[in-house]
Design a protein around this ligand. Sequence first.
Ligand code: ZN
Ligand code: ZN
Length: 450
Amino acid sequence: MKVKFLGAAGTVTGSSYILTSGSGTSILIDMGMFQGTQEIEKLNYLPYEYDCRMITDAVLTHAHLDHCGRLPVAVNKGFNGKIYMTPPTRDLTELSLLDSAQIAINDGKKILYDRGLAQRTIDRFKTVGYHEPFRAGDFKVTFRDAGHIVGSASLEIEDLQPDSEIRKIVFSGDLGNTPEDLVKPTEFFSEADAVVMESTYGDRLHPEEDAVTMLQEEINAIEWTDSTLLIPAFALERTQEILNMIMHLKRAGRVRQETPVYLDSPMAEKATMIYLSHLDMLNEHIHRDLEETGSPFGFPGLEVVHKRGHSMALHKHSGAKVIIAGSGMMTGGRIVSHAAFYLRDPNTRLMIVGYQGEGTLGRQLMEGAKEVVIENEVVSVRATITVTHALSSHADQDALLDWVGHIRGVRKLFLTHGEDSSRTALQQRIIKDLGISDVTLPVLNQEVTL
Ligand SMILES: [Zn+2]
Ligand SMILES: [Zn+2]
């Protein structure tokens, strides 16, 4: 068996692997977009180091763009197999691919693919549930719940025609921060010969913060004033978590019923509908909310903003308001115009609720920048910026160690999907605490024979 690392090798984004069986048959695992600094994003346009016509099938772990965003490139280069994923991942990936083609056109950026190519990619999707083994190329693949976002999967892959003693390999995908607000717990694996695992937070432990109280305090700080609270949020999972938290805060009287909350992201609205159509994949808390309130993501004062014009008109509304808008790292979407307008105002508050990649506007604000450039204009930052790490949907160092510690018989371990400081720290702890000595930090386009 061979594995080639075509992304997320020294970076967090761009996840993509080619796995080749002892028989010589190859499958693709994820093909995500590189996101972050211009330098990182340039990697999206490099020639793809593999003949896509030789790939039999593809398997997708989850719907985040850093895992699915270059699938249309593979189709454009001649991939014509099926792309396997869970049912929620199917719906969310369709939304993400069509939306990102649209964003690229609206922003006038050089585009990776258009909607037609996105649709041709979607036409190759095939759904399989958790725990239902299926065949992809010469491999038997089984999805387990990764507990990261709805539909997210870790993969157990068995080579049906092995050429060495390494037969079973596990790909973690992105591992959740169990217990999560919406999704079920991360599942474990009992044995594997080799493991490829993420290391986003490999050097950190999540703080014991109470994110609900922090959100309450942020809303309380603006709700008796004329100020605005901005919350940049990923359309998938984070927006639904925030909506669910505000629903509970309003029900408990911890924030005012009247305070308007604008959901200013057509994509997040559509994603929320998809969450509601896959309730069986969500945890018991959400089921209880549904029984008690009829809507886990709805509450008085919530207004969905559809048109761009309405979004811009919010700048003329006086009075307290909360605006939830994407993108989550403030690299595009409607949050950018709101940032350009509101960050100059010392009464504005901005709450960072998710991972912020290197070089993004969100990262600069999180690190305390006093001036930022937005749409070629210098903007002084007078707003109050707060950050919570408690809402992360990624496992921290202890949780990563616990996950891999459950797997017996690991001979080779590869750490991906992390900045180098994170994966080096995780590598050291794995060697010391678990006694797995063969821990590799692969580099981009490296191929390893197992
Ligand atoms: Zn993810
Ligand atoms: Zn990821």
